[in-house]
Write a protein of this length. Sequence first.
Length: 171
Amino acid sequence: MYDISGVKRDGWQGTGTADDRRQALSDAATQRWADVEAGEPALSPTFPAEIPDGLDPITSEFFEYYVADRGHHPRSIGGFTLTSEPAHINFGSLRHVADISPRPVLLITGDQAHSKWFSDDVFIEAAEPKELVVIPGARHIDLYDRTDLIPFDKIDEFFTTNLAASLVSQH
């Protein structure tokens, strides 16, 4: 999982400040006018046709998937509009995780995933019933399409158990 709204609001692993957030909102407001004048929205990040050298590990991983044939789609716009920042900052998609209960939660992450901390945080915040499955040797993008790593048996068990139980209780 990925908490894009949390990263936009609070920075990577909570390292952002209120000043950073205010600056991002100000920049987005300025960008709205630039988009109007340009006649189209600016995007970030946009993925190039080829993977450049010297990328940080997280960017490199996403480029490995989204730029290479592995996950690239010709109609993908390759990023968010710069003016989507306020929606991400203000929405807070994980602000009410505890309210999911008593519906069960299954989180699946890789032990090598740069995004693992999102699942760890949600697991702590979520009420029961909940389960966190950590896949040895898996990075974030590996759980998109590496069928040898994706725990299909666990996913099947989760949905079979919980959807079947839900259907029975409704009748």
